[in-house]
Ligand binder design. Structure first.
Ligand SMILES: C[S@@+](CC[C@H](N)C(=O)[O-])C[C@H]1O[C@@H](n2cnc3c(N)ncnc32)[C@H](O)[C@@H]1O
Length: 217
């Protein structure tokens, strides 16, 4: 038995993935008429874009969630940073890994107030809220202070145009071996190009569809 297959986590994840599947029409309606490709890559209009989607779950896939659990377990992570929490699906996978690693803390970030409330309920229902610190507000501000000495694992899944900025904010806390996983890599070419170009600092590869995975050297 592990935390990820505990009935509490399974029930919450099954419900959240079912809600996500059912939200597809609402997701399309929320951005109907908007220039999605411009908004999703904009460095300035991301609050507008995610404001349109504030009722929509947008979770990582089940496969990416399982990968997060595997990587955080294999890295024996205790200190995790997540950019972009939404309703907390990826946070559940990460916190479950910490539980099974013996404890730790996921610092996660979300600026939509209603999403913060929903995620807090989901994490409580999954029995994992004690491992999670939710920083409410724009991550560019909330991650500019009070970071742990060391981060073992970083997930980038918030506004795509900010991945490089968020990495720069937390970079001093990465140690050799820290893993950085970026979701929706096709929308963050600047980040991908930068992390692949710094061969003395990171090894980075595309993987599993639309992920970029890097390791700090
Ligand atoms: C793709 S969703 C995250 C999904 C989540 N990782 C999961 O698996 O359930 C991106 C989330 O990041 C939030 N977000 C985007 N930019 C942000 C920022 N600058 N600061 C805080 N939250 C942000 C959005 O409101 C949205 O809920």
């Amino acid at each position: 038995m592990n935390t990820l297959s505990s009935s509490r986590a399974v029930q919450v994840l099954d419900r959240l993935f079912a809600e996500s599947d059912a939200s597809e029409p609402a997701r399309a309606a929320a951005v109907a008429g908007a220039d999605v490709s411009a908004l999703v890559t904009s460095r300035t209009r991301y609050p507008e874009f995610y404001g349109l989607l504030k009722e929509i779950p947008l979770p990582v896939s089940r496969e990416t969630g399982a990968l997060l659990y595997i990587l955080a377990r294999a890295a024996r992570a205790q200190s995790v940073l997540e950019f972009g929490m939404s309703f907390g699906v990826s946070t559940i996978y990460l916190a479950a890994a910490l539980r099974d690693n013996g404890g730790g803390r996921v610092i996660t970030t979300e600026f939509e107030v209603s999403k913060v409330e929903r995620a807090r309920k989901n994490l409580t229902e999954a029995g994992l809220i004690d491992l999670v610190e939710i920083r409410e507000g724009d991550a560019l501000q909330t991650l500019a202070r009070d970071l742990p000495e060391t981060l073992d694992f970083v997930l980038l899944d918030g506004a795509k145009a900010l991945y490089a900025d968020v990495l720069a904010l937390v970079e001093s806390r990465l140690r050799p071996g820290t893993l950085v996983l970026a979701d929706d890599a096709r929308y963050c070419a600047e980040f991908v190009n930068r992390i692949r170009a710094t061969a003395k600092s990171y090894v980075s590869v595309p993987m599993a569809g639309d992920l970029e995975m890097a390791m700090r050297l």
